[in-house]
Design a protein around this ligand. Structure first.
Ligand code: PMP
Length: 436
């Protein structure tokens, strides 16, 4: 059966809103290092890494061994009602790394569930269902997390279990305050936060949730210090700060282990998923103990923290730390950014290059050099097809679906970074040529 036959069967039986990348969708059947191979035998350099799930590359012996050792016991899962050694060890490690005093950890199977849990504990703790979120945010695909998602393309349901107010500070490139200096931008966002609090909420808000760098929203980097300025206001009201670290955690941003650390603040709760499992389904919340324990009734997750996922995640985290992949992310992120900024000078359809570490967004704009950012979803789709044809997988995103997202495994090498830069350059040139 060919990939296109499988794609037809996929479309017939899976929902329309489960979108597939590429005119002719890819089925990946093998993977090693930073490369994946499709059913037709074509190999690609993977610069989207399963939407940032693959933190340390494919087919890593340390991870396979840890998972295999657990498989060999015969215990894939019994119940989270029993003790699970790796769950306890992993929780201790994450609590320590979080920097949150008296932290406790609850494991889930996804980022969505992690954020649902964070919403539940924050609203319980504060006895309020009012939430502040950032415009253009993405926090998941369940009832509560869709409600706090401020990106129209992903607001799958308009029915909300929480009362949400959105504030500025996410998508600076197209933000009304975007042209301001860092300092003035922070001031404008802070005034907006205060205004929203005073005018659209009753004041007793449970939490502000934010991605330190918006992921789905297009890898948008706010100025360092924004969340410190927010936290000062939040503290005055007793409002909790939840950092959604689903994409920014585990050192991917290069300069820090958690994205929120760039702002010099410690969140009251952080949510995580994706990279921790290096492909295995695991997520969770790490929060202040008093906030976590605001739930007093039983609440378990059948699979959250299961033996296989926690064995793989523990091995992944150890690998990340032992090999200082955060430093590699910083070094190669800087190299990629420099190369992409050169590309931007050569091509008028590159409107913005932004990011930190191995989380880099290239925002495409309409041709013509007017300097006016224009939504161009078809350009991004065309670049994706071109890069694929040249053997590179990248992501797409942003409010207008016009941002190329680069997020390779953090084990990336210098040679692979150069290979990606070359392919991107050729692909963007080809697409620009096509607009003439
Ligand atoms: N938060 C953020 C910042 C995310 O990027 C995502 C996934 N793209 C989620 C939450 C939801 O995670 P999951 O898809 O694992 O439910």
């Amino acid at each position: 059966m060919t990939e296109s036959e499988l794609a037809a069967r996929h479309r017939a039986v899976l929902p329309d809103w489960l979108a597939l990348y590429y005119r002719e969708p890819i089925e990946i059947v093998r993977a090693s290092g930073r490369r994946v191979t499709d059913a037709a035998g074509r190999t690609y350099l993977d610069f989207f890494a399963g939407i940032l799930t693959n933190a340390i590359g494919y087919d890593v012996a340390e991870i396979s061994d840890a998972v295999r050792a657990q498989l060999d016991t015969g215990v894939l899962h019994t119940s989270t009602l029993y003790l699970i050694r790796k769950q306890v060890e992993l929780a201790e490690q994450i609590a320590r790394l979080s920097g949150i005093p008296g932290a406790k950890v609850f494991f889930t199977n996804s980022g969505t569930e992690a954020n649902e849990t964070a919403l539940m504990i924050a609203t319980q703790y504060r006895r309020s269902n009012q939430i502040l979120a950032l415009r253009n945010s993405y926090h998941g695909r369940a009832f509560g997390t869709v409600a706090i998602t401020g990106n129209r393309g992903w607001s799958a349901s308009s029915l909300s279990p929480v009362k949400v107010s959105y504030v500025h500070g996410g998508y600076r490139y197209r933000d009304a305050f975007g042209a301001l200096s860092d300092e003035d931008y922070i001031k404008a966002c802070t005034e907006d936060l205060r205004d929203v609090l005073e005018t659209t909420t009753s004041g007793d808000v449970a939490a502000l949730i934010a991605e330190p760098i918006q992921g789905v929203g297009g890898f948008n980097v706010p100025p360092d210090g924004l969340f410190a300025a927010f936290k000062e206001i939040l503290d005055a009201y007793g409002i909790l700060l939840i950092s959604d670290e689903v994409q920014t955690g585990w050192g991917r941003t290069g300069e820090h282990f958690w994205g929120m650390q760039a702002h010099g603040v410690t969140a009251d709760a952080m949510t995580f998923a994706k990279g921790l499992g290096n492909g295995l389904a695991i997520g969770g919340v790490v929060a202040r103990g008093d906030v976590m324990d605001s739930i007093t009734a039983n609440s378990i997750s059948t699979f959250g923290g299961n033996p296989i996922a926690t064995a793989g995640a523990k091995a992944t985290l150890d690998y990340l730390l032992d090999n200082d992949l955060q430093s590699n992310a910083a070094k190669l992120g800087n190299h990629l950014m420099a190369g992409l900024r050169e590309l931007a000078e050569r091509h008028d359809i590159v409107g913005d290059v932004r990011g930190k570490g191995l989380m880099i967004g290239v925002e495409l704009v309409e041709a013509g050099g007017s300097g006016i950012p224009a939504p161009s979803p078809s350009l991004a789709a065309a670049v994706l097809e071109e890069t694929r044809a040249r053997g590179l997988l990248v992501g797409k995103g942003g409010l207008y679906n016009n941002v190329i997202r680069l997020a390779p495994p953090m084990t990336l090498t210098h040679e692979e970074a150069d290979e990606a830069l070359e392919i991107l350059g050729a692909s963007i040139a080809a697409v620009r040529e096509g607009t003439k």
